[in-house]
Design a protein around this ligand. Structure first.
Ligand code: ACM
Length: 232
């Protein structure tokens, strides 16, 4: 990571495998299990440097393909499978079945969502309701609104968010870059350019995500009117 150090890294969706597939055969040629070369390399890095890493990979499991991400912390590996598949991903991948989970890393509660999950506020809200202080967001963003929406996701849930996106062109698809780290008050703490690769690091106080008071009279979770919301 360009000689920088961090307790926790976030890499893009499918960071080592490319994104735009045109056949199941292509997907199959890069798909791997949790013991495959990509996750093993992340584990080796984590063990060597003492950093946790969240990153996307093409997963094969039980004869199905998933758009997945792992959170690797030393010998521990946690798995998330993308819930909301985008565009042509629906042709090749099964919708994720892991749900949104929260894990402790170095004493901090974190959860994963992948790219287009940003369009569904329920994803970040579920992670926040489950206690996530940091939402880890590996991405291959192509729609222009993702970075701005993630500022809102952070603000409306009072969580940190870390979006790690790609740049450049793959088979005619342009990724918008603009990776960012956002505070629970919606402040952009670090941001990357749209057209070139970058590594962003920010020191944060994760405890700030425990404060869910919007005003002294308004608590983000206690003010919810869950009975009035659609319950499907
Ligand atoms: C996306 O979900 N990769 C756009």
């Amino acid at each position: 990571m360009q000689g920088k150090r961090a307790d926790l890294w976030v890499l893009p969706e499918f960071f080592a495998a490319g994104y735009k597939y045109e056949s199941k055969k292509e997907v199959s040629s890069v798909a791997e299990s949790l013991n495959g070369p990509t996750v093993s390399a992340l584990r080796d890095y984590s063990l060597k440097h003492g950093s946790a890493i969240a990153a996307g990979f093409v997963e094969k499991s039980g004869g199905k393909f998933y758009n997945s991400a792992v959170l690797v912390d030393g010998r521990k590996t946690h798995l998330y499978r993308k819930t909301h598949l985008f565009g042509n991903e629906k042709k090749y991948f099964s919708p994720g079945n892991t749900g949104f989970q929260v894990w402790k890393v170095k004493g901090v509660s974190v959860g994963l969502m992948i790219c287009f999950d940003w369009f569904f506020p329920e994803a970040a809200r579920t992670l926040a309701l489950k206690g996530a202080q940091i939402v880890l967001h590996p991405a291959n963003l192509v729609l222009p609104w993702g970075p701005a929406a993630m500022i809102t996701r952070s603000l409306e849930n009072r969580v940190f968010s870390v979006t790690a996106n790609r740049v450049g062109l793959e088979r005619g698809l342009r990724f918008i870059g603009k990776s960012q780290i956002v505070s629970p008050r919606g402040k952009v703490l670090a941001s990357a350019p749209s057209g070139s690769a970058a590594v962003c690091v920010s020191a944060i106080d994760p405890a700030l995500a425990f404060n869910k008071n919007v005003t002294p009279a308004n608590h983000l979770f206690r003010d919810r009117r869950a009975k009035l919301y659609l319950n499907t």
